[in-house]
Design a protein around this ligand. Structure first.
Ligand SMILES: [Fe+2]
Length: 367
């Protein structure tokens, strides 16, 4: 139900900071895109308009620009970071990058500062990263998501703020070497030939060389770029390094990089669900990944983030409304018709111990 002090407005007229007065539903389905009471940001508005073709939204009447919270500003900065990154990297469709200029590195350093500030102010990051995902999966977007995730893992590992800057810059730049490689290979939808794969595998060294020529980067940052495809058991590339031979920052970026690759759209496959990807990551602890970093990663990312639609073990549908210390048992609200919007705490209410979440409901409710 929309609130009485609400008005219906067209998505074209939405502004960041407005608050929804009712759930926003995907047209033609029952899927809840945004919950009632959500403060809109530019990414959400863009997605409502371009991705979901929503026509009108109920918003609270008492909106004024001054109601934009600090958290909102942080979200807007993330959107700004994306456009700066696009300018610096160039798009994958442009010709290969020959050099990484001082001016570009200054901009990357500004983006890193903004991101760290935003991410310290706001914990609920997983949904925002999903909002950054789209079908045109350009390198600069992947790099932004990996940076957001790396900083979140760094936070969970209690990394000092000074190290966090190096981590964030290295993560933003980890795939910069891809921009030196023939675009037809990077964007090839099908299987790569051996020669093409060999060319792609050069991107860590190429990135390292670009940054070394720039002259403004520490060994720590350059090594993280060079080593982000190494695996903990020594089976990665380009150097086949093992365990602690791989720098700490590189081991963090590897975790963020693989998780983002699994949960992103690829031309040849559907994205994995959050729960499936987390399962894969756990399976790779001590072989592909550093066990301690995987633990920090799992602590930092709830598999069922607030706002996700889920299917329960008894077949009913629900939406996640808050997380508990046990990330597999959040607080949910039933969404099937006739359930009366019942809220269930799957962790603290023992009456529901036998009820669990079966899967994410990617296709929406009651379809
Ligand atoms: Fe890479």
């Amino acid at each position: 139900m929309a609130e009485s002090s609400s008005m219906k407005i067209r998505v074209e007229e939405l502004e960041s900071g407005m608050v929804t007065a009712d759930n926003v539903i995907e047209p033609g389905t029952d899927r809840v895109l945004l919950l009632k009471g959500t403060t809109l940001d530019s990414v959400m508005i863009f997605n409502l308009k371009e991705r979901y073709n929503v026509g009108e939204v109920f918003i609270r009447k008492n909106f004024s620009a001054s109601t934009i919270s600090a958290e909102m500003r942080a979200e807007i900065d993330i959107h700004q970071s994306l456009s700066t990154l696009k300018d610096v990297f160039g798009s994958d469709d442009e010709k290969p990058l020959k050099e990484f200029t001082k001016e570009a590195s200054k901009q990357i350093s500004n983006v890193a500062n903004d991101l760290i500030t935003s991410l310290y102010a706001d914990d609920n990051i997983l949904l925002k990263m999903h909002q950054l995902q789209s079908y045109d999966d350009y390198t600069y977007k992947h790099c932004l998501r990996v940076a957001m995730m790396s900083v979140t893992i760094g936070k969970s590992l209690d990394l000092p703020r000074s190290k966090m800057r190096d981590l964030c810059e290295a993560a933003l730049l980890h795939d910069i070497g891809k921009r030196t490689i023939d675009i037809d290979i990077i964007r090839k939808p099908g299987r790569l030939t051996d020669d093409e794969f060999t060319a792609i595998k050069k991107h860590p060294q190429n990135g390292y060389i670009l940054l070394r020529k720039n002259g403004g980067y520490s060994e720590e940052i350059m090594n993280a770029v060079l080593m982000h495809h190494e695996k903990f058991d020594g089976t990665g590339y380009p150097l086949g390094l093992k365990g602690e031979q791989i720098t700490y920052l590189a081991r963090i970026i590897t975790v963020a990089d693989v998780y983002d690759a699994l949960t992103s759209n690829r031309p040849y496959r559907q994205p994995w669900s959050v729960a499936e990807a987390e399962e894969f990551m756990m399976g790779g602890a001590n072989t592909h990944f550093d066990y301690d970093i995987i633990t920090a990663f799992l602590n930092a990312f709830a598999p069922y983030p607030v706002g996700e639609n889920v299917i329960l073990s008894d077949g009913r549908h629900a939406v996640v409304i808050s997380n508990n210390s046990n990330v597999l048992r959040p607080v949910i609200r039933l969404t099937d018709e006739g359930e009366g919007d019942e809220v269930i705490d799957l962790y603290n209410n023992f009456k529901y111990l036998t009820l669990s979440i079966k899967s994410l409901d990617k296709d929406g409710i009651n379809e």
